[in-house]
Design a protein around this ligand. Structure first.
Ligand code: UDP
Length: 328
């Protein structure tokens, strides 16, 4: 019998890549998406159920129809800048909506839950290597909302037997090398796609947010992970839950940080084109450095981030930008 997995946000960047990986691993991904920030064209690997997470009746209907073995919860608001200005949107859109989803999953007896969390739950820690035990002290409402959902999952685990695998992502980048899906946000706020747009002349320039950070070149340092590596971890996390191994938190990073300037230099090399830049002020809510090892994910899940070199991430994102699918 087909194993259905309910993928919230399956029409979004990471969710659509996860659907591809789930299909390749023999599951049927059922996308649940409002299509507010997701793209219907990105739903290629299984059925689409359009709906809002806040709509409990709609969720109940979808759980009853597909009887999913698990939930993968990607749907979220995820812009730090917006979260600083409109925290209420994040508490309602991320925390309250996820509560409705978790309650619907428990009511449907679907007790395996994979959650997309973030290194933004950590805040600043003086540049130390972060791991699963580092205290979570978020700097913005986006990180705070994701931390609250993590807490909810733990409480529902204790009270209702919900089993969760929580992945704290570092900076997700790149695209499906076969260009079936890729990164497309509207508005776009992420470094690599904005930079590629600037290279292609679709924007005047990339603004570098802050050049006076306490880092070797003054720009922020991030740990970039290839989206296909990241979604591989989700399939392993699902299999971990199916094997009855119980709730666990895993960081997904590479242990290697790159500054904004280093990313720009690599992009110049990969595309062989100039990157028009403007030096700007710091962006509110940004941590100086977010880097994590993934010893736990490697040791316990057998995860290997084999595609997460800057050259491949930028190369695959560039291929996607030039594929024609990107210009929707
Ligand atoms: N960044 C930048 N200019 C931009 C977008 C991002 O300098 O137009 C910087 C940002 O300040 C951060 C890094 O690039 O240090 C990665 O930002 P992104 O928004 O891609 O991911 P985040 O770290 O916020 O998850």
């Amino acid at each position: 019998m087909a194993k259905h997995v309910l993928v919230t946000g399956g029409a979004g960047y990471i969710g659509s890549h996860a659907c591809k990986a789930l299909k390749a691993a023999g599951y049927v991904p059922v996308t649940f998406d409002s299509l507010v920030t997701g793209w219907e064209q990105a739903v290629k690997f299984g059925p689409l159920e359009r709906g809002e997470l806040a709509d409990r009746a709609r969720l109940d209907e979808v759980f009853a129809k597909w009887q999913p073995v698990a939930v993968m919860h990607f749907a979220a608001l995820s812009q730090v800048g917006e979260a600083m200005k409109e925290p209420g949107k994040y508490w309602r859109g991320n925390v309250a909506a996820s509560l409705t989803l978790i309650e619907a999953a428990v009511a449907a007896g679907c007790l395996d839950f994979v959650f997309s969390s973030t290194c933004a739950t950590y805040g600043d820690h003086d540049g130390v290597m972060l791991d699963e035990d580092t205290p979570q002290t978020p700097l913005n409402s986006y990180g705070a909302s994701k931390r609250a959902i993590e807490d909810m999952l733990k409480d529902f685990g204790a009270a209702h037997g919900l089993r969760s695998v929580i992945f704290r992502y570092f900076n997700v980048a790149g695209a499906d090398p076969e260009t079936e899906v890729g990164e497309f946000h509207q508005p776009e706020t992420h470094l690599i796609p904005l930079m590629l747009d600037a290279i292609e002349g679709k924007r005047a320039a990339l603004t570098v947010f802050g050049t006076d950070y306490p880092t070797p070149d003054g720009t922020c340092v991030r740990d970039y992970v290839h989206v296909m590596d990241l979604v591989d971890a989700h399939v392993l996390g699902l299999q971990w839950l199916e094997a009855g191994k119980g709730s666990r938190v895993f960081c997904l990073g590479t242990g290697r940080g790159f500054s904004v300037r280093e990313v720009i230099d690599h992009s110049r090399a990969v595309t062989n084109r100039e990157v028009p830049i403007v030096l700007g002020d710091r962006r509110a809510g940004d941590a100086v450095k977010l880097v994590s090892g993934s010893e736990r994910a490697m040791a316990e899940l057998g995860w290997q981030p084999v595609r997460s070199t800057l050259a491949q991430m930028i190369g695959d994102a560039w291929k996607w930008h030039q594929s024609g699918h990107y210009d929707r």
